[in-house]
Design a protein. Structure first.
Length: 293
């Protein structure tokens, strides 16, 4: 059997509630040269039944003893047959045309190693999230956070394997941010200027359940990326810039006057105008969060 152009990689652990919708969104894509590789990481709910009820021949299921998300992702990288790997989480949904647009972009640019999209929030929160566009913008954003939404990403498998880039077990809850940071040394990163993902917001997701550990790992990666540019900044200082403490109008004003200029200077030192542009985006998001309380 010939290899598909794309492997859609979906790790899942006890995700029966939304997995069917995630799969349906993939099988509805207008690009059809793909396989769906679901790595069932020791589910004890109805996940196996949901998968058994799917009769599409493009579905492959790999069942593991409970190994954790990073282990499941790396096993998926090892088992993927497509040279392009499209990520999707079991509680999210692909928007129509995503695979067609991302594959076309990879075929036009052999340097491209990771491509994401904008994404729509749904569930407990709604809205459209705009992502950095060009490679330069994505690289500038790496000192503040991940420039690509992981479940909206498509990766070039041959680049991962040639350079030994994988999900790192010592970067829990931000393994995608570390992966994109490493891939930036291999080729170019970018995002398509249109939404390709519906991202479900709910209390059970990692960003809520593991908020503290995720923040620690996130700040460590930011500090490492800054160090790669010759800039030294402690995670404590970065934390004050990227995770301001809510406190009403006083905290909002204090961040706008005291921290935002420091954030802009950091962006300038990192990548001049592109860095300042990304710092403005990050600073605006933090100010909005402070205003909301």
């Amino acid at each position: 059997m010939s290899s598909p152009a794309v492997t859609v990689l979906i790790p899942v652990h006890n995700g029966a509630e939304h997995l069917g919708d995630a799969l349906a969104s993939v099988f509805a894509q207008d690009f059809d040269d793909f396989e769906v590789l679901v790595v069932d990481d020791g589910s004890t709910d109805a996940t196996p039944a949901v998968l058994a009820n799917c009769d599409d021949p493009r579905l492959r299921v790999l069942r593991l003893e409970r190994t954790g998300l990073i282990g499941a992702l790396n096993r998926g990288l090892d088992e993927a047959r497509g040279d392009l790997i499209a990520r999707l989480d079991s509680d999210d949904e692909m928007l129509p045309g995503r695979l067609t647009r991302q594959v076309a972009r990879f075929r036009r640019d052999s340097r491209l190693v990771a491509c994401g999209t904008d994404y729509e929030l749904f569930g407990a929160s709604e809205g459209l999230v705009r992502t950095p566009r060009r490679d330069q913008d994505c690289r500038a954003h790496l000192v503040f956070g991940s420039p690509i939404a992981h479940p909206a990403a498509m990766l070039r498998a041959s680049a991962l394997r040639a350079c030994g880039v994988r999900y790192r077990t010592d970067y829990p809850h931000a393994e995608d941010f570390k992966l994109f940071s490493e891939l930036a040394a291999v080729g170019t990163l970018e995002n398509l200027a249109e939404p390709g993902l519906r991202y479900r917001v709910h209390p059970g997701q990692v960003s809520h359940v593991e908020a503290g550990p995720q923040r620690e790992t996130h700040l460590r990666i930011c500090a490492e990326n800054l160090a790669g540019l010759g800039l030294v900044m402690s995670t404590e200082r970065l934390g004050r810039l990227l995770y301001p403490t809510p406190g009403g109008w006083r905290a909002t004003l204090g961040y706008a006057v005291g921290r935002l200029p420091e954030l802009l200077l950091l962006g300038w030192r990192g990548d001049r105008l592109a860095g300042v542009a990304q710092a403005l985006i990050v600073g605006r998001e933090r100010l909005r969060a402070l205003v909301r309380g």
